[in-house]
Every structure is written in structure tokens, then in C-alpha cells.
Design a protein. Structure first.
Length: 142
């Protein structure tokens, strides 16, 4: 499976989760957010930046995930209350049963993000295949 991420860090260690919370985790947890497409990865970043300014160029990471890794799916619609999705993600991380979780995107209907638990031993089998810097299209910010 191919996943995508926009980040200036060329690793999948999940250290960002130690400093900030996300839709699917509370602060203080190692976690890596990825998307099923490069377009969804862009949307997920844009929703955090807003459209008032052109963000710095982004680095698109292409991630290769072995097909035999087990995925825990979130059942149901994206929770409106972020505390609910954070609780689910924190419990998934703490249980440590799978390396990947498939969760619905809050910004793109019928699209999915994949969370990586970097503490699982098999997370080392998930590799960064390619990366490149791209400028944002200024038309997104007019």
C-alpha cells in the first residue's frame, strides 16, 4: 500500500505527537498521520494553515507499507467531538495490537487517513520511498 504525508521531517518516528495533539491523539503520544492520497495529505495540511497566507513549500513523502500489515479500522462516521476521536486514537495506541489504523478524514468525505503507531516493532517495515519539495499553487490562496 502507498501512503502520503506532508512533512519537513524525513522519518516516521511520530515525535510531533509528543508536542501537539491531533484529531486522533492527545498530546504526549508518538503517532504518524498519513493519507491515502497526496491530494488528501494537502487538504489535511491546508485545513490547519487556513487560506490567509501562502505557507512555505511543502515536502511530500511517499510511504511504502507492506500489504501484510493488519489495519484497525475506525467504525462509523467521523466524530464531531474531537475528544471522542482522540480517546479512540489514544486507546488504539495504548492497546498496541496493530501498527496501522484507518480513520475517516474530517475534511474530505469518503476519504481516509492512516495512523501509524511507531512503537510497534513492525512499524520498522514501513519505509519512506520518495520525497520532494513542491511549491503551493498560489490559486489556493486568493
Amino acid at each position: 500500500m502507498k501512503l502520503w504525508r506532508i512533512s519537513d521531517y524525513l522519518d516516521l518516528g511520530g515525535e510531533g505527537g509528543l508536542h501537539v495533539d491531533g484529531r486522533w491523539n492527545s498530546v504526549g503520544r508518538l503517532i504518524v498521520y498519513t493519507a491515502e492520497s497526496s491530494a488528501l495529505a494537502m487538504l489535511e495540511v491546508l485545513v490547519r494553515y487556513g487560506r490567509k497566507q501562502l505557507p512555505p513549500p511543502f515536502q511530500l513523502l511517499e510511504i511504502d507499507v507492506p500489504g501484510d500489515l493488519t489495519v484497525t479500522p475506525f467504525e462509523g462516521e467521523t466524530p464531531v467531538d474531537v475528544a471522542v476521536s482522540q480517546r479512540w486514537g489514544d486507546e488504539w495506541l495504548a492497546a498496541g495490537r496493530t501498527t496501522l489504523a484507518k480513520v475517516p478524514s474530517a475534511v474530505a468525505p469518503e476519504s481516509f487517513n492512516f495512523l501509524i503507531n511507531p512503537l510497534r516493532a513492525e512499524a520498522a517495515r514501513i519505509t519512506l520511498k520518495a520525497h520532494a519539495h513542491y511549491p503551493w499553487d498560489a490559486r489556493l490562496f486568493r
